[in-house]
Design a protein around this ligand. Structure first.
Ligand SMILES: *[C@@H]1O[C@H](CO)[C@@H](O)[C@H](O)[C@H]1NC(C)=O
Ligand SMILES: *[C@@H]1O[C@H](CO)[C@@H](O)[C@H](O)[C@H]1NC(C)=O
Ligand SMILES: *[C@@H]1O[C@H](CO)[C@@H](O)[C@H](O)[C@H]1NC(C)=O
Length: 335
């Protein structure tokens, strides 16, 4: 059975483990970003061993769908519309899905009182789909190489979208004045293909896992893939330290906020790279955890079925905009 464990800390047993016999139908109203994906066969079972979960995209199945999923991007840019003219069957839930930070979700005021559930990287979404997570290495499982060797560059950064107003751009400039930062990506005219991304990062002691916007729980593949998989110690800039501590092991990352100034941070990185023993301790988590990435929309959609029986009976996001922008948690009728 698909593991019911979604957090590296807690083992959450949900009803998926306890039974419930009927098939749940998840209707994906359109493909996010037009991403091609096959829904042939029993996708959730075949790919993820999630039973009794029917993932479909045919609009004629609307009357029998338990959950209808709408990806935010196509709604806000006008490519897609909600089927507000169709009578909504009793008990059917409409799900709002986005992996973007609030800064890129647009104005959601027009979607008040429409959605019953949210699918997002946020931990307080109804269905949480993080960009990545750490899973315990099972006994006898494959142990990743713990400390990557052969480092030649102190600090690396990959950036394609450089904007002066981004907080990360200011931090980069200040840091680069203290220690050399090697910059890759479209902005510096040295884009890295998928094949060379991780090998390049692996030569760096530190990787700037700087998010493009600062938002609650918004921790992307810059941490999970680029840094952890690439084998460089992440220097993170994003949500507060506590958000990182809740999803990543202590002593596996360095948070910009831990330092009185970027200058102090730069000096710290310089010293740490020279102290092999202390530096290597930043990789000790690899003895217990392995990185699992968000890689397929279908897996996240199938996850709905895993949690289906523990969704509140009645819930409406009366102010989705406020929820998204995290002004206050506004919905009616939770539990
Ligand atoms: C559930 O779906 C499976 C696979 O599509 C099908 O074989 C089975 O008959 C369905 N069960 C019910 C109760 O509808
Ligand atoms: C170490 O890195 C250099 C490039 O910096 C590369 O030429 C060499 O093959 C690497 N050695 C190993 C053992 O990976
Ligand atoms: C879903 O939201 C609609 C629209 O507000 C509401 O009428 C319906 O009762 C809700 N359904 C559930 C299962 O919460």
């Amino acid at each position: 059975l698909y593991s019911c464990t979604f957090s590296w800390r807690e083992e959450v047993q949900t009803d998926c483990c306890l039974g419930g016999n009927r098939n749940v139908t998840i209707l994906l109203w359109y493909r996010p970003f037009n991403t091609p994906m096959s829904l042939e066969g029993d996708v959730c079972w075949d790919l993820y061993h999630i039973p009794r979960c029917r993932l479909v995209d045919q609009h004629f199945l609307f009357p029998s769908a338990d959950v209808v999923v709408f990806h935010n991007r196509e709604l806000i840019n006008g490519q897609q519309k909600l089927p507000l003219d169709l009578p909504r069957p009793q008990g059917q839930r409409w799900a709002w899905m986005s992996m973007e930070s609030p800064a890129h979700n647009g104005n959601l005021q027009q979607y008040a009182n429409i959605f019953n559930m949210t699918i997002s990287y946020r931990r307080d979404a109804d269905i949480t789909v993080p960009y990545g997570e750490l899973l315990p290495i099972e006994a006898g499982g494959h142990l990743e190489e713990d400390v990557p060797l052969n480092k030649s560059t102190l600090v690396c950064w990959v950036v394609s979208n450089f904007q002066n107003y981004h907080k990360r751009s200011q931090v980069y400039k200040e840091l680069n004045a203290v220690v050399p930062v090697k910059v890759y990506g479209r902005w510096s005219g040295t884009p890295l293909s998928d094949e060379v991304l991780l090998p390049t990062i692996s030569q760096c002691y530190f990787y700037l896992a700087f998010e493009n916007s600062i938002a609650k729980d918004y921790i992307t593949e810059k941490l999970w893939w680029n840094s952890y998989k690439g084998g460089a110690v992440p220097v993170v800039l994003g949500p507060p330290i506590s958000d990182y501590k809740d999803v990543a092991p202590p002593n596996s990352f360095i948070h910009v906020d831990e330092f009185a100034s970027v200058h102090v941070l730069g000096k710290f990185l310089q010293k740490l790279a020279e102290d092999k023993e202390t530096y290597n301790e930043y990789f000790s988590w690899k003895q217990q955890w392995k990185v699992k990435m968000f890689s397929d929309w279908r897996e996240n959609l199938c996850k709905i079925c895993v949690q289906y029986n523990s969704l509140p009976q009645h819930k409406v996001y009366s102010d989705l905009e406020a929820w998204d922008k995290n002004n206050n948690t506004t919905f009616i009728g939770k539990l």
